[in-house]
Design a protein around this ligand. Structure first.
Ligand SMILES: [Fe+2]
Length: 272
C-alpha cells in the first residue's frame, strides 16, 4: 500500500559547538525522518577538527547536510597552518569528504526548490553614511566595539577583496538557476536586521550592501541566515528573511521567541 512519508528541510545556524551546553543541544538535534535534510548556516565552531566532527555527527542522522561558513569557522591564529582563504578551502575539502554540501558544490534541489548555500562575507559597507571604511573602523576601535574577526580573520586575508570575489562567484552561479530558490548565508543579505543589534558599530561585520535585492532577483521563497543571534522572521519585498541561530546559552536560555528550532523551511510528502 502506498503511504505518504513527510520529508522536511530543517535549518539551524550558530551552533557554537565549543560551548558545552551547546553540545547538548547538538546531541538532541534529530530528524523526524531519515530522509530529512539540514541546513547549517555557519558558526559551528572555530577549530576545523570540531567543525568537521559536528558535521560528521549530523551527517549520520540527516540524509543531506548543507553547510555554509560563518565568521567563527574562519578564525585563525598566526601559528595555524591554514588561515584566511586557505582555511576555508580546508573546510570545504573536509566537508566534501564527509558528503556534506558546501557553497562550492552543485546546488541541491528539494521538492523543486533549489537550495543555494552562499558565502558572501562582509565588506564594511553596512556603515554610517558619509564615513570612509577606515574612519568607520577607527571609530569602532575607539568605542572598543570590534568583533573578534578584527584580530582573527582580518590579519590573514583582505576581507573586502574576498567578499567581492565571493559576490562575483555567487552572482555567476545564481544567474544560472531556474525556478524558485532558498538562499542560505551566514550574514543577512539586507541591512535591516543588523539595525537591531545594540552597538551601531557591529553591522560593519554583518554583511554587504551588494546583496540587497538578491532575494527578489533570484526568485527566493525564503532567505535563511544567522550571525546576529536574534532569531526572527522579517518580510522584505514579500520574501521572508529567517534567522535560525541557536547562539550562546546565555542567549537561548533567556530567549522569548516562539520560533521553532530547528526551523522547518520546507516539507515534501513522498509517495512510496
Ligand atoms: Fe554566531
Amino acid at each position: 500500500m502506498p503511504h505518504q512519508e513527510k520529508k522536511t528541510l530543517w535549518a539551524v545556524s550558530d551552533l557554537h559547538a565549543a560551548v558545552r551546553l551547546n553540545r547538548d543541544r547538538i546531541n538532541q538535534l534529530q530528524p523526524e525522518s531519515p530522509a530529512d535534510w539540514l541546513i547549517i548556516a555557519g558558526d559551528i565552531a572555530e577549530r576545523t577538527e570540531l567543525v568537521l566532527a559536528v558535521l560528521a555527527q549530523l551527517k549520520q542522522r540527516f540524509h543531506t547536510i548543507i553547510w555554509t561558513p560563518g565568521n567563527h569557522e574562519l578564525f585563525s591564529r598566526s601559528t595555524d597552518r591554514h588561515r584566511g582563504r586557505d582555511k576555508y578551502q580546508e573546510l570545504v575539502e573536509g566537508s566534501r569528504n564527509l558528503g556534506v554540501l558546501t557553497p562550492e558544490d552543485p546546488y541541491p534541489v528539494f521538492n523543486g526548490v533549489t537550495i543555494c548555500p552562499l558565502f558572501t562575507l562582509y565588506d564594511y559597507s553596512f556603515r554610517q553614511e558619509g564615513l570612509s571604511v577606515d574612519a568607520a573602523l577607527r571609530q569602532a576601535e575607539q568605542a572598543k566595539v570590534v568583533l573578534t574577526d578584527y584580530f582573527s580573520i582580518a590579519p590573514f586575508v583582505d576581507v573586502r577583496a574576498w567578499c567581492w570575489d565571493r559576490l562575483a562567484y555567487s552572482v555567476k552561479r545564481l544567474g544560472r538557476v531556474n525556478g524558485p530558490t532558498i538562499l542560505v548565508n551566514h550574514w543577512p543579505l539586507i541591512k535591516e536586521p543588523t539595525e537591531r543589534v545594540f552597538h551601531p558599530e557591529i553591522p560593519l561585520w554583518c554583511g554587504t550592501r551588494h546583496t540587497r535585492g538578491w532575494a527578489q532577483r533570484y526568485n527566493a521563497q525564503a532567505v535563511i541566515y544567522g550571525h546576529l543571534h536574534i532569531p526572527r522572521i522579517d518580510i522584505y519585498d514579500e520574501v521572508p528573511h529567517i534567522e535560525v541561530s541557536l547562539g550562546y546559552p546565555r542567549e537561548w536560555q533567556t530567549r522569548k521567541s516562539n520560533m521553532p528550532w530547528p526551523y522547518p523551511v520546507l516539507t515534501e510528502g513522498m509517495n512510496s
